[in-house]
Write a protein that binds this ligand. Structure first.
Ligand SMILES: C=C(CC[C@@H](C)[C@H]1CC[C@H]2C3=CC[C@H]4[C@H](C)[C@@H](O)CC[C@]4(C)[C@H]3CC[C@]12C)C(C)C
Ligand SMILES: C[S@@+](CC[C@H](N)C(=O)[O-])C[C@H]1O[C@@H](n2cnc3c(N)ncnc32)[C@H](O)[C@@H]1O
Length: 360
């Protein structure tokens, strides 16, 4: 028998498998390849067990709302998902309105640049990114504005990833990344000329706690903008389908409980901010933020095959398939939340810390 066709077929199959498993991925701005999926700071052998512990939190929902354990629980979540996010989404861990004629990467950048434009800071000034992830927004913002950004995240693995990306992008001189809790930040009062948070403060058990910390570290007159995850005016707590969707979003995104849009400005005022503007950036004419999740259905299935193969051969830790499955379901809840209009991840609030009142 002629061995040539067999060798040819084997080489073709191996090449195809290599391309499918190691090279393919849906993120436009890659931080990761599938072969490098880890459980963040969690040891390879503990990922599955940690994933099970993550779910244990939700068996005691009241405990989560009141608990001081929330930051640790959020930290665990980001150990589990950070690599999958980077691999399948990119370096910016948030949504943005779809813009006709623009790629996901371009729409993401526009949404990030809008944040720094809104707080009106000048080049060279110091701004805070509260809940910075692996720093996708930070890099877009320093490149756009020339500001110095200090990011804070509860997750040490993300700090290392963000620093590595900053170095690679040649932006380390403008970007600083600190591991810490935004409910109790390691910064002096009145340090920053501005602050922003993008889809991060939803992890705070009490919004008041994070807003008051941000208020404390801002200079008088400085502005703060936040893109909040909230339920909208269309949400009906008596409708079992609405409740199912919102609970699905909370469980798949480590949220201690979604707030309603109408609560946000009250909290901002309570801690001392003046509210300058409030707007749901998802409302028309904005294109649907969830379309990127929907368009990725084939990619999800391909990713599922990839993680299953990698976990089976021991390259990805045991538990990776479970985490991926959880995110797959979460994507569906998020899409349902977006399509029904009961949820938005981009309720924008722009605030100012008042100038100091002159004592007479
Ligand atoms: C702000 C937060 C995170 C928002 C989004 C960045 C992420 C929410 C859901 C995530 C994903 C869902 C499906 C995944 C898919 C199954 C996988 O194959 C590739 C990655 C996903 C697309 C992943 C990417 C990030 C999200 C869109 C929260 C946590 C407050
Ligand atoms: C969905 S990610 C968004 C990251 C980033 N803003 C972006 O858009 O790419 C939420 C971020 O908030 C951070 N975070 C959540 N709770 C925190 C806390 N208590 N202290 C500091 N960071 C926190 C997470 O670690 C994560 O980096």
């Amino acid at each position: 028998m002629d061995p040539l066709p067999i060798i040819f077929t084997v080489v073709l199959l191996a090449g195809g498998l290599y391309w499918f498993v190691f090279l393919l991925g849906s993120a436009e701005q890659k931080g990761k390849h599938a072969v490098h999926l880890t459980g963040g700071s969690i040891h390879h052998s503990n990922v599955k067990e940690t994933y099970n512990q993550y779910w244990f939190f939700f068996r005691r929902p009241k405990h989560i709302e009141e608990s001081e354990n929330v930051p640790a629980f959020v930290d665990t979540f980001y150990n589990l998902v950070t690599d999958i996010y980077e691999w399948g989404w990119g370096q910016s861990f948030h949504f943005s309105p779809a813009i006709k004629g623009k790629s996901n990467l371009e729409s993401t950048k526009i949404h990030e640049q809008m944040a720094v434009d809104l707080i009106g800071v000048k080049a060279g000034q110091k701004i805070l990114d509260a809940g910075c992830g692996v720093g996708g927004p930070m890099r877009a913002i320093v490149s756009h504005s020339g500001c110095n950004v200090t990011g804070i995240t509860i997750n040490e693995y993300q700090v290392n990833r963000a620093k590595a990306h900053n170095k690679k992008a040649g932006l380390s001189h403008l970007c600083d990344v600190v591991c810490g809790n935004f409910l109790n930040m390691p910064f002096e009062d009145e340090t920053f000329n501005g602050a922003y948070s993008i889809e991060a403060t939803c992890h705070a058990p009490k919004l008041e706690d994070v807003y008051s910390e941000i208020f404390r570290v801002l200079k008088p007159g400085a502005m703060y903008v936040s893109y909040e995850w909230v339920t909208t005016e269309l949400f009906n707590g008596e409708d079992p389908e609405h409740v199912e969707v919102i609970q699905g979003i909370e469980r798949g995104d480590a949220l201690p409980g979604l707030r309603n849009y109408s609560d946000i400005a009250d909290v901002a005022k309570k801690v001392g901010f003046e509210v300058v503007k409030e707007k749901d950036l998802a409302k028309p004419p904005a294109g649907p933020w969830w379309s990127r999740l929907k368009m990725g259905r084939i990619a999800y299935w391909r990713n599922h095959v990839v993680v299953t193969v990698l976990e089976a051969i021991g390259v990805a830790p045991k538990g990776t398939v479970d985490v991926h499955e959880m995110l797959f379901k979460t994507a569906d809840y998020l899409t349902r939340g977006g399509e029904s209009g009961i949820f938005t991840p981009m309720h924008m609030i722009l605030c100012r810390k008042p100038e100091k009142v002159q004592e007479s």
